[in-house]
Design a protein around this ligand. Structure first.
Ligand code: GTP
Ligand code: MG
Length: 319
Protein backbone atom coordinates (compact mmCIF):
# COMPACT_ATOMS: atom_id res chain seq x y z
CA UNK A 1 0.00 0.00 0.00
CA UNK A 2 1.35 3.44 -0.95
CA UNK A 3 1.80 6.36 1.39
CA UNK A 4 -1.44 7.97 0.34
CA UNK A 5 -3.57 4.85 0.44
CA UNK A 6 -2.36 4.33 3.95
CA UNK A 7 -3.20 7.80 5.25
CA UNK A 8 -6.38 7.93 3.18
CA UNK A 9 -7.76 4.80 4.86
CA UNK A 10 -6.91 6.08 8.29
CA UNK A 11 -8.22 9.56 7.48
CA UNK A 12 -11.71 8.58 6.43
CA UNK A 13 -12.18 6.52 9.58
CA UNK A 14 -11.80 9.63 11.69
CA UNK A 15 -14.63 11.80 12.90
CA UNK A 16 -12.48 14.83 12.18
CA UNK A 17 -12.15 14.13 8.44
CA UNK A 18 -15.12 16.23 7.33
CA UNK A 19 -13.97 19.20 9.39
CA UNK A 20 -10.45 18.98 8.01
CA UNK A 21 -11.69 18.67 4.44
CA UNK A 22 -13.87 21.72 4.70
CA UNK A 23 -11.50 23.70 6.93
CA UNK A 24 -8.54 23.24 4.60
CA UNK A 25 -10.49 23.44 1.36
CA UNK A 26 -9.08 26.79 0.26
CA UNK A 27 -5.53 25.85 1.19
CA UNK A 28 -5.89 22.59 -0.65
CA UNK A 29 -7.32 24.17 -3.76
CA UNK A 30 -4.69 26.84 -3.97
CA UNK A 31 -1.84 24.45 -3.21
CA UNK A 32 -2.94 21.94 -5.80
CA UNK A 33 -3.44 24.63 -8.40
CA UNK A 34 0.10 25.81 -7.81
CA UNK A 35 1.44 22.30 -8.02
CA UNK A 36 -0.04 21.94 -11.46
CA UNK A 37 3.16 23.30 -12.92
CA UNK A 38 4.57 19.87 -12.16
CA UNK A 39 2.29 18.36 -14.73
CA UNK A 40 3.84 20.51 -17.39
CA UNK A 41 7.18 19.46 -18.63
CA UNK A 42 8.99 18.07 -15.62
CA UNK A 43 9.88 14.45 -15.84
CA UNK A 44 13.34 14.83 -14.38
CA UNK A 45 14.09 16.04 -10.90
CA UNK A 46 16.58 18.77 -11.73
CA UNK A 47 17.56 22.12 -10.23
CA UNK A 48 15.01 24.06 -12.30
CA UNK A 49 12.25 21.84 -11.01
CA UNK A 50 13.39 22.17 -7.39
CA UNK A 51 13.56 25.93 -7.75
CA UNK A 52 10.02 26.07 -9.05
CA UNK A 53 8.87 23.82 -6.25
CA UNK A 54 10.57 26.07 -3.71
CA UNK A 55 8.69 29.10 -5.08
CA UNK A 56 5.39 27.21 -4.86
CA UNK A 57 6.02 26.34 -1.22
CA UNK A 58 6.92 29.92 -0.34
CA UNK A 59 3.79 31.16 -2.09
CA UNK A 60 1.81 28.72 0.05
CA UNK A 61 2.85 30.55 3.25
CA UNK A 62 5.32 27.90 4.29
CA UNK A 63 8.09 30.48 4.66
CA UNK A 64 11.52 30.59 3.06
CA UNK A 65 13.59 28.56 5.49
CA UNK A 66 10.97 25.87 6.05
CA UNK A 67 10.39 25.60 2.30
CA UNK A 68 14.14 25.16 1.83
CA UNK A 69 14.15 22.34 4.37
CA UNK A 70 11.30 20.59 2.59
CA UNK A 71 13.08 20.85 -0.75
CA UNK A 72 16.30 19.52 0.80
CA UNK A 73 14.52 16.54 2.35
CA UNK A 74 12.77 15.86 -0.94
CA UNK A 75 16.02 16.01 -2.88
CA UNK A 76 17.56 13.40 -0.58
CA UNK A 77 14.50 11.16 -0.76
CA UNK A 78 14.37 11.18 -4.54
CA UNK A 79 16.58 8.26 -5.44
CA UNK A 80 15.24 8.15 -8.96
CA UNK A 81 15.90 11.12 -11.24
CA UNK A 82 12.97 10.29 -13.50
CA UNK A 83 9.81 11.33 -11.77
CA UNK A 84 6.12 11.38 -12.38
CA UNK A 85 3.62 13.86 -10.97
CA UNK A 86 2.41 11.28 -8.47
CA UNK A 87 5.95 10.42 -7.35
CA UNK A 88 6.66 14.06 -6.65
CA UNK A 89 3.45 14.56 -4.75
CA UNK A 90 4.16 11.55 -2.57
CA UNK A 91 7.73 12.69 -1.95
CA UNK A 92 6.54 16.19 -1.22
CA UNK A 93 3.97 15.18 1.33
CA UNK A 94 6.39 12.76 2.99
CA UNK A 95 8.87 15.61 3.23
CA UNK A 96 6.27 17.94 4.71
CA UNK A 97 5.38 15.35 7.31
CA UNK A 98 9.05 14.97 8.16
CA UNK A 99 9.66 18.68 8.46
CA UNK A 100 6.81 19.04 10.96
CA UNK A 101 8.36 16.30 13.08
CA UNK A 102 6.85 15.04 16.30
CA UNK A 103 3.16 15.91 16.47
CA UNK A 104 2.32 14.45 19.85
CA UNK A 105 1.05 16.85 22.47
CA UNK A 106 0.16 16.13 26.04
CA UNK A 107 -1.15 18.61 28.57
CA UNK A 108 0.60 18.67 31.91
CA UNK A 109 -2.24 17.90 34.29
CA UNK A 110 -2.88 19.81 37.47
CA UNK A 111 -5.61 19.82 40.00
CA UNK A 112 -7.30 21.60 38.50
CA UNK A 113 -5.50 21.98 35.17
CA UNK A 114 -5.23 25.63 34.24
CA UNK A 115 -4.94 26.86 30.66
CA UNK A 116 -4.46 30.47 29.53
CA UNK A 117 -5.55 31.58 26.09
CA UNK A 118 -3.52 34.53 24.84
CA UNK A 119 -3.16 36.37 21.53
CA UNK A 120 -3.81 39.62 19.71
CA UNK A 121 -7.33 40.98 19.39
CA UNK A 122 -9.77 39.27 17.14
CA UNK A 123 -7.65 36.13 16.82
CA UNK A 124 -10.38 33.92 18.29
CA UNK A 125 -9.49 33.52 21.97
CA UNK A 126 -12.97 33.90 23.40
CA UNK A 127 -14.70 31.65 20.90
CA UNK A 128 -11.92 29.08 21.22
CA UNK A 129 -12.22 29.13 25.03
CA UNK A 130 -15.93 28.42 24.71
CA UNK A 131 -15.44 25.68 22.12
CA UNK A 132 -12.73 24.00 24.17
CA UNK A 133 -14.90 24.17 27.26
CA UNK A 134 -17.67 22.40 25.35
CA UNK A 135 -15.28 19.73 24.08
CA UNK A 136 -13.76 18.94 27.47
CA UNK A 137 -17.16 18.99 29.16
CA UNK A 138 -18.35 16.41 26.67
CA UNK A 139 -15.33 14.30 27.56
CA UNK A 140 -16.58 14.26 31.14
CA UNK A 141 -14.46 17.00 32.69
CA UNK A 142 -15.83 19.62 35.01
CA UNK A 143 -14.84 22.83 33.26
CA UNK A 144 -14.79 26.42 34.46
CA UNK A 145 -14.44 29.37 32.12
CA UNK A 146 -12.78 32.47 33.52
CA UNK A 147 -13.53 35.74 31.76
CA UNK A 148 -10.35 37.66 32.48
CA UNK A 149 -10.55 40.06 29.53
CA UNK A 150 -11.39 43.05 31.67
CA UNK A 151 -10.05 45.43 29.04
CA UNK A 152 -12.42 45.30 26.07
CA UNK A 153 -15.96 46.47 26.65
CA UNK A 154 -18.36 43.60 26.14
CA UNK A 155 -15.69 40.89 26.29
CA UNK A 156 -16.87 39.42 29.58
CA UNK A 157 -20.44 39.37 28.41
CA UNK A 158 -19.39 37.67 25.18
CA UNK A 159 -17.87 34.73 27.06
CA UNK A 160 -20.71 34.67 29.60
CA UNK A 161 -23.19 34.35 26.73
CA UNK A 162 -21.31 31.42 25.25
CA UNK A 163 -21.13 29.80 28.68
CA UNK A 164 -24.85 30.16 29.16
CA UNK A 165 -25.56 28.67 25.77
CA UNK A 166 -23.24 25.73 26.41
CA UNK A 167 -24.33 25.36 30.05
CA UNK A 168 -20.84 25.75 31.38
CA UNK A 169 -20.00 27.72 34.47
CA UNK A 170 -18.24 31.02 33.93
CA UNK A 171 -16.55 33.26 36.45
CA UNK A 172 -16.98 36.79 35.24
CA UNK A 173 -14.43 39.47 35.97
CA UNK A 174 -15.36 43.12 36.33
CA UNK A 175 -14.66 45.47 33.46
CA UNK A 176 -11.45 47.47 34.03
CA UNK A 177 -10.41 45.38 37.03
CA UNK A 178 -6.99 43.75 37.25
CA UNK A 179 -7.11 40.54 35.16
CA UNK A 180 -4.80 38.83 37.66
CA UNK A 181 -7.36 39.32 40.42
CA UNK A 182 -10.00 37.69 38.21
CA UNK A 183 -7.66 34.73 37.67
CA UNK A 184 -7.14 34.41 41.43
CA UNK A 185 -10.91 34.48 42.05
CA UNK A 186 -11.43 31.91 39.32
CA UNK A 187 -8.79 29.52 40.59
CA UNK A 188 -9.96 29.77 44.20
CA UNK A 189 -13.49 29.04 43.10
CA UNK A 190 -12.31 26.13 40.95
CA UNK A 191 -10.41 24.56 43.85
CA UNK A 192 -13.30 25.01 46.21
CA UNK A 193 -15.82 23.46 43.85
CA UNK A 194 -13.62 20.67 42.52
CA UNK A 195 -13.30 21.68 38.88
CA UNK A 196 -10.96 19.59 36.69
CA UNK A 197 -10.10 22.23 34.13
CA UNK A 198 -10.03 26.03 34.11
CA UNK A 199 -9.87 27.88 30.80
CA UNK A 200 -8.89 31.53 31.17
CA UNK A 201 -9.78 33.99 28.42
CA UNK A 202 -7.49 37.03 28.36
CA UNK A 203 -7.45 40.45 26.73
CA UNK A 204 -6.14 40.84 23.23
CA UNK A 205 -5.06 44.42 23.29
CA UNK A 206 -2.09 45.24 21.12
CA UNK A 207 0.36 46.36 23.70
CA UNK A 208 4.01 47.11 23.73
CA UNK A 209 6.14 44.17 24.67
CA UNK A 210 6.99 45.39 28.17
CA UNK A 211 3.33 45.80 29.15
CA UNK A 212 2.43 42.47 27.65
CA UNK A 213 5.28 40.80 29.45
CA UNK A 214 4.37 42.39 32.79
CA UNK A 215 0.72 41.51 32.50
CA UNK A 216 1.29 37.93 31.41
CA UNK A 217 3.97 37.30 34.00
CA UNK A 218 1.75 38.67 36.75
CA UNK A 219 -1.11 36.42 35.67
CA UNK A 220 1.23 33.45 35.63
CA UNK A 221 2.70 34.30 38.99
CA UNK A 222 -0.64 34.59 40.74
CA UNK A 223 -1.92 31.40 39.10
CA UNK A 224 1.15 29.50 40.28
CA UNK A 225 0.63 30.79 43.79
CA UNK A 226 -2.93 29.43 43.87
CA UNK A 227 -2.28 26.10 42.18
CA UNK A 228 1.14 24.45 41.94
CA UNK A 229 2.37 24.32 38.36
CA UNK A 230 -0.37 26.61 37.02
CA UNK A 231 -0.80 27.67 34.31
CA UNK A 232 -0.20 24.18 32.97
CA UNK A 233 -0.45 25.44 29.43
CA UNK A 234 -0.44 28.80 27.66
CA UNK A 235 -2.00 28.52 24.25
CA UNK A 236 -1.40 31.28 21.77
CA UNK A 237 -4.37 31.86 19.47
CA UNK A 238 -3.44 33.00 15.97
CA UNK A 239 -5.75 33.97 13.13
CA UNK A 240 -4.54 31.82 10.22
CA UNK A 241 -5.73 34.38 7.68
CA UNK A 242 -2.82 36.59 8.75
CA UNK A 243 -0.40 33.99 7.36
CA UNK A 244 3.26 34.86 7.86
CA UNK A 245 2.20 37.86 9.95
CA UNK A 246 0.93 35.41 12.52
CA UNK A 247 4.46 34.14 12.81
CA UNK A 248 5.80 37.51 13.89
CA UNK A 249 2.91 37.91 16.35
CA UNK A 250 3.86 34.56 17.79
CA UNK A 251 7.48 35.63 18.22
CA UNK A 252 6.41 38.64 20.29
CA UNK A 253 4.27 36.49 22.57
CA UNK A 254 6.98 33.89 22.89
CA UNK A 255 9.38 36.52 24.10
CA UNK A 256 6.80 37.70 26.61
CA UNK A 257 5.81 34.32 28.03
CA UNK A 258 6.27 30.55 27.72
CA UNK A 259 3.89 29.55 24.97
CA UNK A 260 3.22 25.83 25.15
CA UNK A 261 0.98 25.43 22.14
CA UNK A 262 -0.71 27.22 19.26
CA UNK A 263 -4.34 27.36 18.21
CA UNK A 264 -4.75 28.41 14.59
CA UNK A 265 -8.24 29.72 13.96
CA UNK A 266 -10.19 30.61 10.81
CA UNK A 267 -8.51 28.02 8.62
CA UNK A 268 -11.80 27.84 6.77
CA UNK A 269 -11.38 31.45 5.62
CA UNK A 270 -7.91 31.23 4.12
CA UNK A 271 -5.60 29.51 1.68
CA UNK A 272 -2.72 30.11 4.09
CA UNK A 273 -2.84 26.75 5.86
CA UNK A 274 0.81 26.18 4.93
CA UNK A 275 1.72 28.49 7.79
CA UNK A 276 1.29 25.55 10.19
CA UNK A 277 4.52 24.03 8.88
CA UNK A 278 6.36 27.34 9.21
CA UNK A 279 5.15 27.90 12.76
CA UNK A 280 6.17 24.49 14.01
CA UNK A 281 9.48 24.48 12.20
CA UNK A 282 10.54 28.01 13.04
CA UNK A 283 9.10 28.52 16.48
CA UNK A 284 9.33 24.90 17.65
CA UNK A 285 5.92 25.21 19.26
CA UNK A 286 3.35 22.55 18.42
CA UNK A 287 -0.01 23.37 16.89
CA UNK A 288 -2.57 21.96 19.31
CA UNK A 289 -5.91 22.92 17.74
CA UNK A 290 -7.10 24.16 14.38
CA UNK A 291 -10.29 26.14 13.81
CA UNK A 292 -11.97 24.64 10.76
CA UNK A 293 -15.18 26.67 10.97
CA UNK A 294 -17.51 28.66 13.17
CA UNK A 295 -19.27 25.73 14.83
CA UNK A 296 -18.28 24.38 18.22
CA UNK A 297 -17.26 21.00 16.74
CA UNK A 298 -15.14 22.66 14.07
CA UNK A 299 -12.34 23.41 16.52
CA UNK A 300 -10.35 20.22 16.05
CA UNK A 301 -7.31 18.74 17.68
CA UNK A 302 -4.39 19.11 15.32
CA UNK A 303 -3.65 15.83 13.55
CA UNK A 304 -0.60 15.97 11.34
CA UNK A 305 -1.68 13.17 9.00
CA UNK A 306 -5.18 14.63 8.56
CA UNK A 307 -3.70 18.03 7.83
CA UNK A 308 -1.26 16.74 5.23
CA UNK A 309 -3.93 14.58 3.68
CA UNK A 310 -6.44 17.43 3.52
CA UNK A 311 -4.12 19.83 1.79
CA UNK A 312 -2.69 17.15 -0.45
CA UNK A 313 -5.46 14.99 -1.72
CA UNK A 314 -8.58 16.51 -0.26
CA UNK A 315 -9.25 18.45 -3.42
CA UNK A 316 -9.98 15.26 -5.30
CA UNK A 317 -12.89 14.33 -3.13
CA UNK A 318 -16.42 15.45 -3.20
CA UNK A 319 -17.18 17.66 -0.21
N1 GTP B 1 -14.75 31.18 10.35
C1 GTP B 1 -14.18 31.12 11.55
N2 GTP B 1 -14.36 32.16 12.39
C2 GTP B 1 -13.79 32.09 13.61
C3 GTP B 1 -13.00 30.97 14.01
N3 GTP B 1 -12.56 31.23 15.27
C4 GTP B 1 -13.05 32.43 15.63
N4 GTP B 1 -13.79 32.97 14.63
C5 GTP B 1 -14.48 34.29 14.60
O1 GTP B 1 -13.52 35.32 14.82
C6 GTP B 1 -14.13 36.42 15.47
C7 GTP B 1 -13.28 36.89 16.65
O2 GTP B 1 -13.30 35.89 17.63
P1 GTP B 1 -13.13 36.17 19.18
O3 GTP B 1 -13.16 34.85 19.87
O4 GTP B 1 -14.05 37.21 19.66
O5 GTP B 1 -11.64 36.75 19.21
P2 GTP B 1 -10.80 37.25 20.45
O6 GTP B 1 -9.39 36.83 20.25
O7 GTP B 1 -11.42 36.84 21.71
O8 GTP B 1 -10.92 38.83 20.27
P3 GTP B 1 -10.69 39.98 21.38
O9 GTP B 1 -11.48 39.61 22.56
O10 GTP B 1 -11.16 41.24 20.70
O11 GTP B 1 -9.24 40.01 21.65
C8 GTP B 1 -15.53 35.96 15.86
O12 GTP B 1 -16.44 36.49 14.96
C9 GTP B 1 -15.47 34.45 15.72
O13 GTP B 1 -16.71 33.87 15.41
C10 GTP B 1 -12.82 29.90 13.07
O14 GTP B 1 -12.11 28.91 13.31
N5 GTP B 1 -13.43 30.03 11.86
MG1 MG C 1 -12.03 37.89 23.36
Amino acid sequence: MGFFDFIKNAFFKKKSSKYYLSGFRQTSRSFNEKLNFLRKGYTVLNDAFLEELMITLIQSDIGVSTSQKIVDILRKKATNKNISYDDVKTLLYESMTEVYGDATYTIKEGSPTVIFLVGVNGSGKTTSAAKLAAKYTEEGKKVLLVAADTFRAGAIEQLAKWAKKLRIECLEGKENSDPSSVIVDGLRYAKEKGFDLVLCDTAGRLQNKTNLMNELSKMKRVAGREIPGAPHAVWLVIDATTGQNGLSQASVFMEATDVSGIILTKMDGTAKGGVILAIKDQLKVPVVYVGCGESVEALREFELDSYIYSIAEGINYDR
